[in-house]
Structures are given as C-alpha cells and as structure tokens.
Design a protein around this ligand. Structure first.
Ligand SMILES: Nc1nc2c(c(=O)[nH]1)N[C@H]1C(S)=C(S)[C@@H](COP(=O)(O)O)O[C@H]1N2
Ligand SMILES: [Mo]
Length: 513
C-alpha cells in the first residue's frame, strides 16, 4: 500500500509536470511540449528499418502510437522515481530532474529551437518536483514499528507525518489530477487556437482545364478523379502540425546563386500563378496502399523564383528547408527539365491547410513527396549533393526518386464479399510524368484483359480504369498491372518502399456469393 502510494506519487508528479509543460508550450511553441519534444527526437533517431516497420505496421496511427509509448515509458520511470523517493526523497527528486532534463535537451535539440523551447521542460521540472514532495509527504506511514523511522519525512527536516490521514494523500492526489487535466486541456486549446491566417488566392495566369467527367458516378467504389483535401493522405515527421504566421513568413533563396534574396508571402502571391492537376505519391506507399492523392494545385513556377537569383558555380541539388528545419533535396536537373515544379499556395481551390503545408509548399510532378514536396517551405538553397544532404538522404533513402508506375484496385475491396452478377472491377493507376497508357486485369488464372480507361487529365495525373465483370460465386483472385504511355509495364518484382519506392503486382482476393 505504501509502495503503491509512492509509485503513484511519482506518476502524478510526472503527469502534473507534463501537463504544466504542455500548457506553457501551448503559448510558446506547441512542439516544445515535453512528451512531443521527446517523441520528435525519437522519430529523428529511429533507424530507417524500424521506421519503415512502424509505418507499415501502424500506418497513419504511427504518431499516436509513438506518443503513447513515450508517455507509458515516462510514467513507468516516474513510478520508479516515486519508489526511490521512499528510500530517499533526494533520489526521487533527482530522477524527476533527470527525466525533465532529457525533455529539455530534446526540445533544445530541434533544428530551429531557441532557449525558450526549454521553458516547458523547466516548468515540468519545477512542477514535477513540487508535486513529488507534496505527495510523498502525505503518504501515511503505518504505525508498525518495523517501518519506522520514516526516512522520507525526516531526511529533509519536514515534520513527521506518520499517521497522516489517508484522506490527506487521496485529496492531494485528486487535486493534482484535476489541475493537471485542466492544464493539459488549456495547453491543447491554446495550441489549437493559434489562428490560421486567411489569405486571398490570386487567379491563375495559366489555368488548368475543367476536369473531365469523373468515372465515380459510373463505377461505385472507385476513387474520385480528384481527392478531396480532407481525404488527402498526410505524411510528415511532425508530431505537431506547424502553424505558420503568414505575415512574418518569408521565403529565402540562397546558396550557389548570384543574388540571394528573400520574399514575403505578398510578394510571392504577386507573381504569375500556374494551376495544375498533379497526383502525389509517397515513397512509403505499399502496393495497393493509400499514400497517393490527386489534387489541383495553384502556385508559382519554381524556376520563375530560382531564375531571379541566378546561378553561381555548378549546383546539382535544390535543398529546400521547412520552418521546422526539416529538409528535402531535389535534383536540379529535374527541377529545370520543363515539368511543372511549383511553389504551391493553393490546393483544390483553397489556401493550403496547415496539414498540407500552409502557406507554401513545393510540388514536383513525377517525384515521390520526400524528394520534391516540402511543406511549410521557407528556404531554397542551390547546392551540391557532395556538400549537403537532406533529412531522408542522411537516412539512406534514394536521392533521385521518380514515382514508379503502379495500379490499385479500389473495388471490390480486398477480402470483401460481393453479390454475384455483373459488377465492375475498378481503381486508379499512375505513371507520373509519363502518363498511363493501359491497365490490365487478370481474374484467377485467366488471361490479362485490357480495362476501359477513364479520361486522361494530363501525364502527371492518375487515371481511373474499370473492367465489367460477370462475377460467379466462389473465391476469386484479381490482379492489376499498369503500362505507361510508352508501353512500358510496371515492375512486377516485389520491392519494399525503402529506398526508392515499392513495386509489384497488387492481387486481391474476394468472395462472390
Ligand atoms: N516539411 C515537411 N515536408 C514534407 C514532409 C515532411 O516530413 N516535412 N514529408 C514529405 C513526404 S514524405 C510526402 S509523401 C509529402 C506528403 O504531403 P502531404 O502530407 O500533403 O500529402 O510531403 C513531403 N513534405
Ligand atoms: Mo513520402
């Protein structure tokens, strides 16, 4: 019982500290909240294979699971701090100081951190120690002689609390719990309330054509031709979505250029805008996976901005930096080969959402997101691969990563049961910057059959496809493969996403009854 209370004292000290830190971080910088700071550091330090495993195993829940794990480990260690405090209060205090110190170091080690990022951890330290002392002093010591003397209360000269009522401890514990919940909720509210600035999107000087008729009206269950922003996949290393202030945001252009310069959002918005339909894919997308989305982007041609700065020497890499210090490298050759690489400010007719990179992000058609789609962009640096490496390059991912031709079956869903009769097998296929020329489906051990293709929007966009099927009762295997416009078949060899994207044929099993 006494042990339990000591352990609980440690846990509540941590809970109170974490909550206090979260509250302060809500005002200063949400990412510096102790658990989040440690979580982000864990993300950066996690070896690539483990990260791949986590993404494959947990998908978009990977962040929640990571934060949950950090919390559980912290609470377990805090219980230990409480038990140590039973032996000697100073030991417990030392342990809490150590834990919060680690959180502070993690917050300070973020690429863009200043000294103020350490404040939430310091607050957590102060509150954690105070709560530990408060609660440990209230742990009632039973009057059995074997347990006396009570080291805890005499070691620091505090009055003996032997016999302190059970209510004293329980009341204090409940009070700490309630205050912690309030503080954590306050921090959460405050972090979310940082208002997103509305910007006025200019009209494109070079607009995209209206989208052709979507097959979704005809083939139930197929992906819509354009992915709604709310359904668009999200992939990034951020536990807290950066909230960028549009008024103070700048885009810097530096490195191997003749005239480095910096521009405001208003200056960027005043440049001629292009509007393009482009399908993005994440290199972590497994065969048949959902890390792919098609949207209409509004932005400034990337070369228009780079040309203002000129070139000095022979750079071969465009290194782009996000507001949180995250970096992406894009081959300069690709940026300059005439494709519609852009600094996007609009997505599907609205300003970028916070999750998709407000106020500005890169979009490079044909390349996986990790080498061309920097969100929360703030700097473009002309450099060389020999001189500088971006975040994922340092973690051994490919430097030049064109999107591999691929097809996905949307309907019928894998392992689903469908009614016998005439239905459609349908989905999407993509071969960015080459265009999809043909999609074939194979049913059981039958021949590859050519499907009907939906409208071609442009070579950087995906294509819907479907095959009418007279489905007979039983278990069936459906496979799909795509060809690009030059007739090249997608790779059939199975490959993992690391280091340059997955490949292989998607095969689904369905039951017809
Ligand atoms: N700042 C920043 N930009 C980033 C990333 C990131 O982690 N941080 N992830 C990249 C990856 S891996 C992909 S696939 C795309 C995803 O963009 P989306 O979340 O808008 O779909 O963003 C890219 N841009
Ligand atoms: Mo990605």
């Amino acid at each position: 019982m006494i042990r339990l209370r000591h352990a609980l004292s440690g846990i509540l000290a941590a809970v109170a500290g974490i909550a206090a830190g979260h509250l302060i971080a809500g005002f200063l910088d949400p990412a510096s909240s102790p658990v989040l700071a440690i979580g982000s550091t864990v993300i950066d330090l996690t070896p690539t294979p483990v990260k791949e495993w986590a993404i494959a195993r947990f998908g978009t829940n990977d962040k929640l699971i990571l934060q949950g794990s950090v919390l559980v480990v912290t609470l377990a260690l805090s219980a230990l701090a409480g038990l140590l405090a039973r032996r000697r209060l100073a030991l417990g205090i030392g342990f809490i100081v150590l834990l919060t110190g680690l959180a502070g170091a993690a917050a300070l080690s973020r690429p863009t951190a200043g000294v103020r990022e350490a404040v939430p951890a310091l607050a957590a330290m102060a509150v954690g120690v105070a709560v530990l002392v408060l609660l440990v002093r209230r742990v009632a010591v039973p009057s059995r002689p074997a347990d006396a003397p009570d080291e805890v209360d005499t070691a620091d000269g505090a009055p003996r609390t032997t016999g302190t009522s059970r209510r004293g401890f329980v009341g204090a514990a409940l009070g700490v719990t309630a205050l912690s919940a309030l503080a954590a909720a306050g921090g959460q509210l405050r972090a979310g309330a940082r208002s997103l600035k509305r910007i006025v999107l200019p009209k494109p000087a070079d607009a995209a054509k209206a989208l052709p008729t979507d097959l979704a009206g005809q083939v139930p269950g197929i992906s819509p031709l354009r992915t709604p922003t709310a359904k668009f996949y999200r992939v990034d290393t951020n536990l807290v979505v950066p909230q960028v202030d549009a008024d103070s945001w700048t885009l810097e252009i530096d490195g191997m250029v003749e005239k480095p310069f910096s521009m405001t959002l208003q200056e960027l918005l005043a440049m001629p805008m292009i509007e393009r339909d482009i399908t993005m894919t994440c290199v972590s997308n497994e065969v048949g996976g959902g890390y792919v989305g098609a949207a209409r982007w509004l932005g400034v041609r990337l070369t228009d901005v780079l040309d203002r700065a000129g070139v000095k020497g022979s750079p071969d890499q465009l290194l782009s930096t996000a507001v949180d210090g995250f970096t992406i490298s894009t081959p300069l050759e690709v940026v300059r080969d005439g494709r519609d690489a852009m600094i996007a400010v609009g997505m599907n007719g609205a300003q970028l959402t916070d999750t998709h990179g407000f106020p500005a992000r890169l979009i490079t058609p044909g390349l996986y997101g990790f080498v061309g789609a920097t969100k929360w962009l703030t700097k473009l640096t002309l450099t060389t691969y020999a001189a500088e490496q971006a975040y994922w390059t340092k973690r051994q991912w490919a430097t030049d990563a064109p999107i591999k031709t691929s097809a996905r079956i949307d309907t019928p869903a894998p392992l689903s049961t469908v009614k016998a009769g005439s239905i459609a097998i349908g989905g999407v296929a993509w071969a960015q910057h080459r265009g999809v020329g043909k999609v074939e489906v194979k049913i059981d051990d039958g021949p590859w059959q050519e499907t009907k293709l939906g409208p071609a929007v442009n070579v950087d966009y995906w294509r819907q496809w479907y095959l009418p099927w007279d489905a007979k009762p039983g278990l069936h295997r459906l496979a799909v493969r795509a060809f690009d416009n030059e007739g090249r078949a997608q790779l059939t060899e199975r490959a993992t996403p690391f280091p340059s994207g997955s490949s292989g044929i998607q095969e689904v099993v369905v039951t017809v009854e």
